[in-house]
Design a binder for this molecule. Structure first.
Ligand code: G3P
Length: 216
């Protein structure tokens, strides 16, 4: 399973990249706004900076919701760097645009996915990545991990190439369960990635080894 970081914060991207386990980055308008990135030029420059920091797929989300505008915006985003993946919302015009991007050699990430039916449509359109939002499904009292398993089963059975990119990850346990359920990629906040490191017995064991090493 590939690890992406889900943020537009450059310090966090750098910290995760320095671990040596990072395969890419995802962003969205909320994450960009959180970093105070405003205006077209600043947005494009920010994506370019991320591409220079990380050697992997970088999702840049379109802000348009109509077919022609999604295509125009996606072309501009894709021209920033060969690693840019155009992130497109799961709407009718979005599916049409994903098919156009696929036919024209531009990678896509279909976002805001909450059902297996949506996953089938995105795969039919040739999406490179599919982003089911695990945490937001859990928020509605349904099981986000079950959706990952269902889509993994459908894609495996049908031979779809679209990679399942589990998003809206909130905890380290989400990452482990996505790996079990068959996600191809997990995009996570830095806290959840670092949370995978933690176990109290590791800390206790290391403290004892350090203490005993002094007696050697
Ligand atoms: O990639 C989508 C993700 O950022 C959404 O996460 O926590 O806002 O549901 P969240």
């Amino acid at each position: 399973m590939k690890f992406f970081i889900d943020t537009a914060n450059l310090a966090q991207i750098k910290e995760a990249n320095d671990l040596g386990i990072l395969d890419g980055v995802t962003t969205n308008p909320s994450l960009m706004a959180k970093e105070g990135i405003k205006g077209n030029e600043a947005i494009l420059n920010h994506y370019k900076t991320i591409c220079d920091l990380v050697d992997g797929d970088i999702s840049a989300e379109v802000l348009s919701v109509t077919y022609d505008e999604i295509i125009e915006e996606g072309k501009i985003l894709a021209a920033i760097h060969p690693n840019i993946v155009v992130k497109v919302p799961m709407i009718k015009d979005g599916i049409k645009a994903i098919k156009w991007f696929t036919d024209n050699g531009i990678k896509t990430n279909c976002t805001l996915v909450f059902s297996a039916g949506q996953a089938i449509l995105a795969a039919k359109a040739g999406a490179t990545y599919l982003s089911p939002f695990i945490g937001r499904i859990d928020d509605t009292n349904w099981d986000g991990i079950e959706l990952i398993a269902q889509i993994a089963n459908i894609y495996g059975t049908q031979g779809f190439d679209t990679q399942i990119l589990a998003a809206s990850i909130r905890t380290p346990l989400h990452i482990v369960r996505c790996a079990e359920a068959g996600a191809d990629v997990c995009t996570c906040p830095l806290d959840s990635i670092l949370g995978l490191l933690k176990h109290p017995l590791t800390d206790i064991g290391l403290a004892k080894f350090i203490e005993d090493a002094k007696k050697m």
